[in-house]
Design a binder for this molecule. Structure first.
Ligand code: 5GP
Ligand code: SF4
Ligand code: MG
Length: 463
């Protein structure tokens, strides 16, 4: 998901609309914006793309105010019904609170059950609602203390933006698994998932919010807190897959430019798994930067042999299998002019279910390619993500069922190789991966989860 917040700027909803538009790649299913003005919260939540739903003047007119938060939704937990669209809002003792969440809380259902036993009534199946309940149950006096008491009970990944009548709050989980940055638009503070949401409105990047940090923005300025005392010793475990795929290439995250990392991934891949082909062809768009790096590293011409139709969203975000299969056909077309008679090395960022790769390879062969090799810009995706990226359950991950040789046979390529986990760490600028406490979360590649997974493994197993 993508989150955005702005404080102290008239017409806040318009800026939030712009910010969410830049964050659309983080979730395309639905979006919501909440503003506060003159004693009242205003809420608009719609299914669909920002450009289709929030650009109507009537919608923006219903969102007055100089402070606002917004969310683009990518359903991971909670299903795709309207009641799960964020930001969520609650009227609490002490005033209204609205929250937008990127990530996935790994003990949400366990906490939810405890609260339900005490009589709490949940109105959605979203893990984010758990946060509102924890804030509501807190006996602390002010909303900021209540909020802090709530978040220290959470586990997993959460980059949050929250709005009360007088405060814009932002925080990251103690491992900083998902991104969140602070920006400044001519003196108004902004919180956003990625820097591309600052660029779109000419805002200045100030800094990344730190893992475990909570910032509170009011008329008086910005204050920073570190409420997660027990986890103080833990190091950052930012999601390495944000660099591989999820974030936008023009964003900078924790000092690294995402495009630059992806290109470097391609260079590493060319070094580790060379391929004597005539041309390098990316699977657009996600494979493009790595393919550029691969072509440069291997000194093989780069060609756009597959064209992507931009009016179809990322196929995997569509909820059903049937649509996903259709989506792939709608999305890509191979160009025989480029491919005919050629030995081709295809570069893509990852293989998840394998359905995309299989169709792409078939398409490239039908367009006349003589040989089709495939190079993947990440290690095999072996394990599901419980932190907000929607990888399917383990049994549906191709790499969890097959060896690399079997996968090559399944997708019908002449050769298939993946980047090594160490190569991936080199590409992000690390000398090597610290095996005991890795510098990043890389659990989908290594099965080494940086937190316990209470909802999955705990006594209250809710699977
Ligand atoms: P698949 O192998 O499932 O057919 O799809 C792989 C493609 O989906 C890759 O090209 C990649 O761009 C995209 N993708 C990347 N990340 C994810 C993810 O977390 N989940 C899913 N389902 N697809 C992803
Ligand atoms: Fe990122 Fe993979 Fe970790 Fe999920 S499991 S947070 S996708 S690295
Ligand atoms: Mg792709």
């Amino acid at each position: 998901c993508g989150v955005f917040g702005i404080y102290g700027r008239s017409d806040a909803a318009s800026f939030t609309t712009l910010g969410l538009h830049a964050l659309q790649h983080r979730g395309q299913e639905a979006a919501g914006i909440v503003t506060y003005d003159n004693g009242q919260f205003h809420i608009e939540r719609h299914v669909g793309l920002i450009g289709d739903t929030f650009t109507k003047p009537s919608v923006i007119e219903r969102l007055p105010g100089d402070r606002s938060i917004g969310h683009t939704r990518y359903a991971t937990t909670g299903g795709s019904s309207l009641r799960n669209i964020q930001p969520l809002f609650a009227e609490l003792d002490g005033g209204g609170l609205t929250v937008a969440h990127n990530g996935n809380i790994t003990n949400a259902l366990t906490v939810q059950r405890e609260l339900q036993r005490k009589g709490a009534i949940f109105s959605s199946t979203s893990d984010t609602e758990t946060i509102l309940h924890l804030v509501a149950m807190s006996e602390k006096k002010d909303i900021l203390s209540k909020f802090q008491e709530a978040i220290v009970q959470l586990e997993g990944a959460f980059s949050l933006v929250a709005l009360t009548a007088k405060k814009l709050i932002g925080c990251r989980d103690p491992l900083g698994i998902r991104p969140l940055v602070l920006g400044d638009l001519d003196g108004s503070w902004i919180l956003a998932s990625e820097t591309c949401a600052l660029d779109i409105m000419g805002a200045r990047f100030v800094r990344d919010i730190k893992p475990g940090e909570l910032v509170c923005i009011t008329d008086k300025g910005i204050d920073s807190y570190f409420p997660f005392k027990a986890q103080e010793e833990q190091k950052s475990r930012f999601c390495i897959f944000e660099y591989v795929y999820f974030a936008r290439p023009d964003s900078n995250i924790e000092g690294r430019n995402v495009y630059d990392v992806r290109k470097q991934i391609g260079v590493e891949l060319a070094n580790e798994e060379p391929c004597n082909a005539d041309i390098v062809v990316p699977v657009p768009d996600s494979g493009v930067p790595a393919a550029i790096g691969f072509a440069q590293g291997a000194n093989i011409p780069f060609e756009l042999g597959i064209i992507r139709n931009h009016y179809v969203g990322r196929t995997f975000i569509q909820p059903t299998d049937a649509i996903r299969h259709m989506g792939v056909k709608l999305k890509h077309n191979a160009n025989p002019f480029v491919l005919e008679g050629k030995s081709v090395v295809l570069v893509d960022d990852s293989i998840v279910r394998g359905t995309t790769s299989k169709k792409i390879v078939q398409m490239v062969r039908e367009a006349g390619a003589r040989e089709v090799h495939m190079r993947i810009a990440s290690p095999p995706t072996m394990s599901p993500c419980f932190y907000g990226v929607d990888t399917p359950e383990k049994s549906k991950l191709l790499a969890s069922r097959m060896t690399v040789e079997e996968m090559a046979e399944f997708i019908r390529v002449d050769s298939l190789s993946f980047l090594s986990i160490d190569g991936l760490y080199r590409a992000v600028g690390e000398v090597n991966r610290n095996a005991d406490v890795p510098q990043f979360c890389d659990a989908c590649f290594t099965n080494q989860y940086p937190t316990r997974l209470l909802d999955q493994d705990g006594p209250d197993n809710v699977r």
